[in-house]
Design a protein around this ligand. Sequence first.
Ligand SMILES: NC(=O)c1ccc[n+]([C@@H]2O[C@H](COP(=O)([O-])OP(=O)(O)OC[C@H]3O[C@@H](n4cnc5c(N)ncnc54)[C@H](O)[C@@H]3O)[C@@H](O)[C@H]2O)c1
Length: 334
Amino acid sequence: MEILAFGVQADEKPLIERAFRDHRAEHPVRCLDVFLTEDTAPIAAGHEIVSTSVNADLGAAVLEILAAGGTRMVAQRSTGFNNIDLKTAERLGLTIARVSSYSPYSVAEFAWALAMAVNRRVVRASNRTRDFDFRLDGLMGRDLHGRTAGVLGTGRIGEAFARIAHGFGMRLLGWDVAENAACVGLGMEYVSKERLLAESDLVTLHVPLMPETSRLIDAEALRTMKDDAILVNSSRGGLIDTAALVTELRAGRFTGVGLDVYEAEAGLFFLDRSLEAIADDVLARLVTFPNVLVTSHQAYYTQDAVGQIVETTVGNVLDYLAGRRSENVLVPRS
Ligand SMILES: NC(=O)c1ccc[n+]([C@@H]2O[C@H](COP(=O)([O-])OP(=O)(O)OC[C@H]3O[C@@H](n4cnc5c(N)ncnc54)[C@H](O)[C@@H]3O)[C@@H](O)[C@H]2O)c1
């Protein structure tokens, strides 16, 4: 049986092919670089098992097309599953599995890369030296040692971020529905969201996107933050009201903003749109600010994390075929 994988990056393809080959030669995988959308879903016809990437559209319409084409299982290659209509999947009898955990260091270390880059103006400095402009004007940053890091969401990635912050000698504030004992062990104080935003020099987001956390950082939350704070989002774009963020940036607020995710990233991120007119005015404005750094959902993209994602995805497929349940299953086999 051929397994069809959508949205496979060039670096990822050999890892996926090797993992499926190593585990189960009789189930070859075919890798497509196109993402799963309503337009591409018909390609899956005749494939019982389909694997999808983080930006796949797994809304009701696409799930209907998949089910009508004979698909029975979707193996999502990410932790977040806010892109999947689980109720519809259940109604259609589609098994859905995800990768419930992989290297949290990949994302936490990248969140730090963004924080450091915007604080120390690394991109601006690099652009200048390429032009043999060696002035320091406009490149002044701030020591993070002794300053306050506010971690919204202290699960696996938030904890890994906090450990690095602790290494920098930062004071730690946390906000979560549940306290993480390891974070408390690092000296983290759990406080209200409002207090965390008001007192933190660096605010980083690591909660999942769900109805309760949608636009967690809205206009009011942004106003609560320090004028010279650094904001990093490596979780999901929908956690921030981006138009409100642009309003604050226009007013000259924030030392730096590092965004690896954007609420309207689907259809843009992972694709080359460099020759097209960008219709998204919010994103177009966002990238013009000298203190903003936008990357295209690459925080997870390390050899280690992608290797683990691929291995787990193969495991999810084998579990489905064997009728086994695991913590990765979001909608079990009916
Ligand atoms: N940019 C990337 O490449 C990338 C890669 C992987 C994960 N992510 C994002 O990072 C998020 C966090 O991943 P993780 O592995 O640390 O997950 P996790 O489940 O270990 O941690 C999430 C934390 O959020 C908390 N939380 C959940 N709902 C909450 C709420 N309503 N209010 C307050 N806290 C709440 C949980 O208690 C938990 O501590 C994922 O959901 C995903 O969206 C991004």
